[in-house]
Design a protein around this ligand. Structure first.
Ligand code: ZN
Length: 252
């Protein structure tokens, strides 16, 4: 019975991932995400149900469009698989309640924003706005978790990055500031501090690795949203253990 639920959650994640692919492809181009129906970006042929099965269609079609033979971006199965796995992890850790759903929702936002940041170097306001609308709904549904803590997370998350941006003269993008404020609104101020801290470390490490592998040059733009997102996932999974360990450590 348990295995069935795990399978369903994973499949649900891949379907959401498939929808996120549409968001990633269309939102930066300012296209509608509901109309027209999914079509091949290169020949424009409308895709039918068999072409739209998450992950499986890509494998069966050997990564090419059935109609024109053009290569399909590997991003499609990656986003579907990634969303499925992240949903599984969240379910494994939190079960199925409002908290888990709020994290699955935020994970979806973060995956869309990260891939858009990688491809287009922007964090679309529209997606952040959808994130905040979802955030308000979850804060109401989860009223027993309190409200102030999350407002503080929002102010702290956005505020610290804004401060860094002002001090460094615009090194930190406005999109990252809004994204961090959104995350704070979902996780409260304590974990927000941890996300800020971890994203700087992971970002520095990631930057060094990308430059060493010559994927990025020393002066290239390195998107920060993916690092913030990884830091967020680590923080919701292990954050309180890490904070407790740290408090014990500084108290000797
Ligand atoms: Zn095609």
């Amino acid at each position: 019975m348990k295995i069935l639920l795990y399978t369903l959650i994973f499949l649900f994640g891949t379907i959401i991932g498939s929808f996120l692919n549409v968001v990633i492809h269309r939102v930066p181009k300012k296209e509608s995400i509901v109309y027209p129906p999914s079509h091949c970006p290169s020949c424009g042929h409308e895709l039918n149900a068999v072409d739209l099965i998450p992950i499986l269609s890509y494998i069966l079609l050997k990564g090419r469009c059935r109609y024109c033979g053009e290569k399909i971006s590997i991003r499609y199965p990656i986003v579907e698989l990634l969303t499925g796995i992240v949903f599984l992890i969240i379910y494994y850790k939190f079960g199925l309640d409002f908290k888990a759903f709020s994290y699955m929702f935020l994970a979806s936002i973060l995956i869309a924003v990260s891939f858009i940041d990688i491809e287009h170097r922007i964090v679309p306001n529209k997606i952040i706005l959808v994130g905040f609308i979802g955030g308000i709904i979850f804060r109401v549904l989860m009223y027993n978790y309190g409200f102030i803590d999350y407002i503080m997370g929002l102010v702290l998350g956005g505020g610290i990055l804004l401060l860094i941006s002002l001090i460094s003269g615009g090194e930190m993008g406005g999109g990252d500031i809004k994204l961090m404020a959104l995350i704070g609104f979902f996780i409260g101020w304590k974990l927000t501090i941890l996300v800020l801290f971890l994203s700087v470390i992971i970002g520095a490490l990631g930057g060094v690795i990308l430059v060493a592998l010559k994927i990025k040059g020393r002066k290239d733009y390195i998107p920060f949203a993916p690092y913030i997102s990884i830091a967020w996932l680590i923080s919701i999974l292990y954050g309180y253990e890490m904070l407790n360990y740290y408090i014990k450590f500084i108290r000797g």
